[in-house]
Design a protein around this ligand. Sequence first.
Ligand SMILES: [Zn+2]
Length: 178
Amino acid sequence: MQYDYSYCPICKNKLVTRKESGLERKRCSDSECDFVLWNNPTPVLAAVAHRNEEVVLVQSIGWPAHWFSLVTGFMEAGESPEEGIAREVKEEIGLDCKVGPLLGIYEFIQMNQIIIAYDVFLSQGEIKLDKEELVDFKLVSSSNLRPWPSGTGQAVKKWLHQRGIENKEIEFKKLKKN
Ligand SMILES: [Zn+2]
């Protein structure tokens, strides 16, 4: 997320823009305080979560009706990425899973995030959506699954490629309509 802080979170003085380590950054205006807003990207975990060659795509609250994406979530302090994505899968769709290999790490510049995507094997059982975050899900077979042009979409593309499937990417303008 691109936060626009105006005040120092340590001493509450105004932030000012100055050059720090070669780039313009916001830092505290109080010369006694060392706070610099580095604005580094936030890690986000993502799962190509599947069983029987069907991938679970989910729709978050507030998204257009034709938008579906991977199960994703932020890491909690003190957990490994693998623990984090297993926790997110359990929270969002109610299933246990086995976290497989890393699919890749992808930038998501508009959101100032870095996507860390895993191949995730779902256990049997009924999918139960987290109704506080999600409104819908769908199961898409690998032959019908099409990647989309963003970090999570590139993880899908890689997962398909590992199966010898090169489905055409969904065009960005189709993602925007509706
Ligand atoms: Zn300060």
